[in-house]
Design a protein around this ligand. Structure first.
Ligand code: ADP
Length: 394
């Protein structure tokens, strides 16, 4: 089972060939091909041309390894209320993804360009859409509902959807397996908080394998402080800035997405640069870091209440997997919640061969784990499941 995973943005196409072999959790690395086509619109004319280049490289690779492509799995950002599962792509699915573009104008159109271009360049191959929102479809109604006029949801789709679902699904499942093996906790009862801390950042409360709350919302803007996105702000900032600074809705929205977060607070959106400045005693960087950490800790507290307790907190993505400093700042002083970090175990980066590194102290009732995310593998796995189900039905 070889799946081509495609993540199509407005100016780039990331692709990876994943051979799932017999076991869906392990892949045959030597058979893999991975790459990115950048500068679409300038160097590469359009998505059709980009997927043409991908097809050439994939075919060259497969003729060398003697492999066969079984399916294509596409990352699609917004599945709205329509999609709670990975879905075989048909013309009707493409239309629906187009219709959902109002909810994700920066992402869904590019995702669909990739789908259309892939079906031209790989004719006859089944294609599956894996939605970033899907994992959160299990959120209870009370957790996904905003306290706004009720018709806003029915008429305009205004509600919490959540994002990073592929990552939260992958990491929470690995975490639940670890809790079962190491602490004999039944996965059906496990309570996990996943912190996906990358350029984009979100938290997810997972009960018995299901998302019950998450920090992003209608769009990927709210929740935690991110590289350039603000996370939570008072929504009245739109009206206020319109009145006092004559800023339009679009201007405020753009500023909250691109010029805010860590970059807005201290000029640097990259955590490595911020850490270097912190070490040099930079006060602006220190304030940015404190805002970032405070928001994460508040969210952990909220999710412990939502879950009625917590068995594990999992750190993932660029910052979560690599920043010893951020993990230590998040965990320090939470002993009252049963959270206690082992400074030695927390040192350095990477993980042991199982992919999971425990960084909690022996006295900690909550397991603190570093779990590298793998969204491409998760998309391939979910694509495989759709295709297998289809074949079984004949
Ligand atoms: P994306 O959301 O774009 O996929 P990543 O998950 O790759 O982003 O995360 C990028 C972030 O991870 C950046 O802020 C980067 O500075 C941070 N990061 C990567 N390596 C380290 C490190 N060793 N220490 C601290 N931060 C790191």
């Amino acid at each position: 089972m070889t799946v081509l995973v495609i993540n199509c943005g407005s100016s780039s196409v990331k692709f990876q060939l994943i051979d799932l072999g017999g076991d869906e959790t392990s892949t045959r690395q030597d058979d893999e091909l991975k790459g990115v086509i950048e500068r679409i619109g300038t160097e590469t004319p359009d998505h059709m041309a980009a997927l043409g280049l991908v097809a050439e490289r994939v075919q060259a690779h497969l003729s060398k390894t003697g492999g066969n492509l079984t399916a294509i799995g596409h990352r699609v950002v917004h599945g709205g209320a329509e999609y709670s599962e990975p879905t075989l792509i048909t013309d009707q699915v493409i239309e629906t993804i187009d219709r959902l573009s109002v909810l994700a104008p920066l992402h869904n159109p590019a995702n669909n360009d990739g789908i259309r271009a892939a079906s031209r360049n790989f004719p006859g191959l089944p294609q599956v859409a894996v939605f970033d929102t899907a994992f959160h479809a299990t959120m209870p109604k009370a957790h996904r509902t905003y306290a706004v006029p009720v018709e806003w949801e029915h008429e305009y789709g205004v509600r919490r959807y959540g994002f990073h679902g592929t990552s939260h699904a992958f990491v929470s499942r690995a975490c639940a397996k670890w809790l079962q093996a190491e602490r004999q906790i039944n996965p059906a009862n496990s309570r996990i908080v996943v912190l996906h801390l990358g350029n984009g950042a979100s938290a997810c409360a997972v009960a018995g394998g299901k998302s019950v709350d998450t920090s992003m919302g209608l769009t990927p803007l709210p929740g935690l402080v991110m590289g350039t996105r603000s996370g939570d702000v008072d929504p009245a900032v739109f009206g206020h800035l319109n009145r006092v600074a004559d800023m339009s809705v679009e201007e405020v929205e753009t500023a909250l997405n691109r010029d805010s977060g860590m970059a807005g607070l201290c000029g640097d959106g990259d955590m490595r640069a911020i850490e270097a400045r912190l070490a040099a005693g930079d006060e602006q960087a220190e304030l940015a870091m404190n805002v970032y950490i405070h928001r994460i800790r508040s969210t952990i507290g909220a999710y412990i209440a939502t879950l009625g307790g917590v068995d594990a907190v999992a750190f993932t993505a660029g910052v979560g997997e690599n920043s010893e400093t951020v993990r230590a700042k998040i965990a320090t002083g939470l002993e009252g919640l049963g959270i206690s970090l082992d400074a030695n175990r927390n040192k350095g980066r990477g993980s042991d061969p199982s992919g999971i590194r425990e960084i909690s102290a022996a006295s900690s009732t909550v397991s603190l784990l570093v779990i590298p995310t793998n969204e491409e593998l998760e998309i391939a796995t979910q694509t495989n499941q759709v295709i297998t189900r289809l074949q079984q039905r004949g």
